[in-house]
Design a protein around this ligand. Structure first.
Ligand SMILES: Nc1ncnc2c1ncn2[C@@H]1O[C@H](COP(=O)(O)OP(=O)(O)O)[C@@H](O)[C@H]1O
Ligand SMILES: [Mg+2]
Length: 238
């Protein structure tokens, strides 16, 4: 499988604090890859380093075969690399529909936008119902759906998701994860998913990386990691 995204030997710092240490990982085209790990392990920093929000202090990030460490963060969405950050940043004073339009704002293919909007509303019927409501009036789960739907509207090649289940009920989380799987299967969209909820992430993903204190300590197929005794004990509560 061709790597669409590849980190090699990436380190990152916040001032003098080293948050990432020699992180290497690859994401193949069409895969769902997850990064699991405890709070503070460096998962979010890994995504932010991919997006250029945090600068790598060593190593390289390659996307579609080219180094993107020098590409400005705000250029990446139009190149097909899109992040849904932790804590769902939607526009609270814009309507649901306007939020979705913002996701597609740099696209020029009106027909494609229309078709994707139809798909989004089929996947998230609740967003269709609430399309004229301000984003800020939605429930937490609905705002997370809107954040994912808005990212989808930019038609990314790779979607980076940071803790989509954070603060949501198990039922809403299940619903959101089913849709992520659906988007991956039907659109062949590649997904890099960061999750503290390892149970759910390892069921969804093809492959997984385990991070501890800024380093990747394990990588394997998600199926193997689910059966791994250390993983069960440390992350799956078994
Ligand atoms: N803005 C920041 N300033 C200083 N340290 C930070 C900042 N953000 C994260 N860190 C530190 O970097 C490490 C990794 O954090 P993070 O990537 O957010 O972990 P995770 O997403 O796995 O919970 C932690 O030790 C955290 O305290
Ligand atoms: Mg985080």
């Amino acid at each position: 499988m061709a790597a669409i995204l590849e980190l090699s030997g990436v380190s990152a710092h916040y001032g003098r604090i080293q948050a990432l240490r020699d992180v290497s990982l690859t994401v193949g085209e069409g895969e769902i890859v997850t990064i699991i790990g405890a709070n503070g392990a460096g998962k979010s920093t890994t995504l932010m380093t991919i997006c250029g929000i945090v600068k790598a202090s060593a190593g390289d990030v390659r996307y579609l075969g080219r180094s993107i460490t020098e590409v400005r963060a705000d250029r990446l969405p139009s190149m097909g690399l899109c992040q849904v950050p932790e804590g769902r940043r939607i526009f609270p004073r814009l309507s649901v529909q306007e939020n979705l339009d913002m996701g597609a704002f740099f696209r020029r293919d009106a027909d494609g936008i229309e078709a994707d909007l139809g798909l989004v509303y089929r996947l998230f019927p609740i967003l269709f119902e609430r399309r004229k409501q301000h984003g800020g009036t939605l429930s937490g789960g609905e705002q997370q759906m809107l954040a994912i739907a808005r990212a989808f509207m930019s038609r990314p090649k790779v979607l980076l998701l940071d803790e989509p289940s954070l603060g949501l009920s198990p039922m809403i989380s299940q619903h959101i994860f089913r849709i992520i799987k659906n988007i991956n299967e039907e659109r062949g969209m590649t997904i890099l998913l960061v999750e503290q909820n390892a149970n759910i992430a390892l069921k969804l993903a093809d492959r997984a990386y385990v991070m501890e204190t800024g380093s990747v300590v394990m990588e394997d197929s998600a199926a193997n990691l689910r059966e791994n005794a250390d993983i069960k004990k440390a992350y799956l509560g078994q």
